[in-house]
Design a protein around this ligand. Structure first.
Ligand code: FES
Ligand code: FES
Length: 161
């Protein structure tokens, strides 16, 4: 990250694509993704690290993008919900969230899926407790969580045969 007249130069990858940008040092990664890159799948709600709706994966770890400055993503590899699947080919997590009814209003869903994906990417054999702790920082006001845990278990089974 370098200073260029008040803006910072940011160089990173987002969903595998190189990104170069001049960013206001005060903006968050959430704002950068949504308002600069127009990746509006990542949602903001509390904007203070309490709800997990803004979760993206940064260098393999689930991160609250509302708490990270865009400039702190210098050199990082960022994954958002747009990068893991689309209408033509859903990720196993997206498919099973739909199948189990784990998405109702859907506002929390991108953050939950990215939190779950970070866990599944890192952990080839999660325990029952780890299916729960993967999403413990994510709030859902609609579903009651059991359908969400079931969707993650089902996606795990699909991914690992
Ligand atoms: S919007 Fe980031 S944790 Fe709630
Ligand atoms: S589906 Fe509505 S908040 Fe989770």
């Amino acid at each position: 990250m370098g200073d260029s007249g008040g803006a910072w130069h940011l160089s990173c990858t987002v969903n595998g694509e190189p990104v170069e940008a001049e960013v206001d040092p005060r903006i968050t990664l959430l704002t950068f993704l949504r308002e600069h890159l127009l990746l509006t799948g990542t949602k903001g709600a509390c904007l203070e690290g309490e709800c997990g709706s803004c979760t993206v994966i940064v260098d393999g770890r689930p991160i609250n993008s509302c708490l990270m400055l865009a400039g702190q993503a210098q050199g990082c590899s960022i994954q958002t919900i747009e990068g893991i699947g689309d209408d033509k080919k859903l990720h196993a997590l997206q498919k099973h969230f739909i199948a189990t009814g784990a998405a109702q209003c859907g506002y929390c869903t991108p953050g939950l899926i990215m939190a779950a994906k970070a866990m599944l990417d890192a952990n080839p054999s999660p325990t029952e407790q780890e299916f729960t702790t993967a999403i413990e920082a994510n709030i859902c006001r609609c579903t009651g969580y059991e359908s969400i845990r079931q969707a993650i278990r089902d996606a795990y089974r699909e991914i690992h045969g």
